[in-house]
Design a protein around this ligand. Structure first.
Ligand code: N1C
Length: 273
């Protein structure tokens, strides 16, 4: 081999070594950053969970967190059926609430802007579990003990996803605790205010039982662009699936009336609409 050629191949080898070292260092940096962000995601989520939980003073929040995260960590996020949340319901049970329970479907903002200011109704978000998990996304993955808050599968990817199964299970329980007069706010600006695929339509309504629930009062929220009224087919469907012993009634309520009542706490709720 010529001396020049020998020197050339040595240089090439050194260059290869350098590239390899840089690649290894890069991979290590990426792995460290990833594991730190995952740990950060878990700790941020846990902080929100515990802070919200502690507002409900009588509960053992650390224990509830332990029970909760065991349900989905190290598990395929598409394989979490609603029954998986049974231990969580046992750890933080719903208290029965007669004549005050308020359900909703596609009216979340209207309902909560009302219940935030007036305490005549109780929604799921006023219960410990509903309030702690409202608006959050969480899931686990096989082979890891972290809680992920991004990239979790939704309804379009799989039915038994971590978040949907929680709301299904919690809503079933919440509906079981309802008794006496029950109210639901539905949306008059969509063609199917009662949607049999929604959680209200597929789970909650089916759990109402005439032994406990006397009346179902539908408040159909009417905005300027309302497209249906109380006579719509969709609400006829609701009456068909409702347990026969439960009295049904429906009232069209302008959204402005709900807002007015929110800002007049001195007005008794019974005369709001
Ligand atoms: O599918 P929906 O409404 O009919 O569910 C609403 C119904 C309410 O009566 C609640 O008691 O079910 C209960 N509920 C919640 O409290 C809740 N908070 C947040 C159901 N879902 C809840 N979420 C999220 O909103 C959750 O991610 C779920 O999939 C949506 C459902 O909203 P929707 O379609 O308007």
């Amino acid at each position: 081999m010529e001396r020049g050629e020998f020197r050339g191949s040595g240089k090439r080898r050194r260059k290869c070594c350098l590239i390899l070292c840089v690649a290894v260092i890069l991979i290590i940096i990426i792995a460290v950053v990833l594991s730190l962000t995952l740990r950060q995601e878990t700790s941020d989520f846990k902080t929100i969970f515990l802070d919200r939980c502690k507002k409900f003073k009588e509960n053992n929040c650390e224990n509830i967190w332990e029970v909760f995260q065991k349900i989905y960590v190290n598990r395929d996020p598409c394989q979490v059926p609603m029954e998986a949340y049974d231990p969580l319901i046992t750890a933080a049970p719903f208290k029965p609430s007669c004549n005050k329970t308020m359900f909703w479907s596609k009216t979340k903002d209207v309902v909560h802007s009302f219940t935030e200011k007036r305490d005549c109704f109780l929604t799921m978000e006023d219960t410990l579990l509903g309030s702690v998990l409202d608006g959050l996304t969480w899931c686990g993955k096989e082979g890891s003990n972290e809680t992920l808050t991004t990239g979790c599968p939704g309804w379009t990817e799989c039915e038994n996803n971590t978040v949907r199964s929680f709301w299904n299970r919690a809503s079933a329980e919440f509906a079981d605790t309802a008794c006496g007069n029950v109210t639901v706010m539905l949306n008059g600006s969509i063609m199917t205010p009662f949607d049999s695929r929604s959680i209200f339509g597929s789970i909650e309504v089916k759990r109402f039982n005439s032994k406990r629930v006397r009346n179902l009062n539908v408040l159909l929220v009417m905005q300027k662009n309302a497209v249906v009224n109380c006579t719509t087919d969709s609400l006829q469907e609701l009456q068909k699936v409702l347990d026969k012993g439960i009295k049904y009634n429906c009232k069209e309520v302008p959204e402005s009336l709900i807002e007015e009542c929110s800002s007049h706490p001195e007005k008794p709720c019974e005369s709001c609409w």
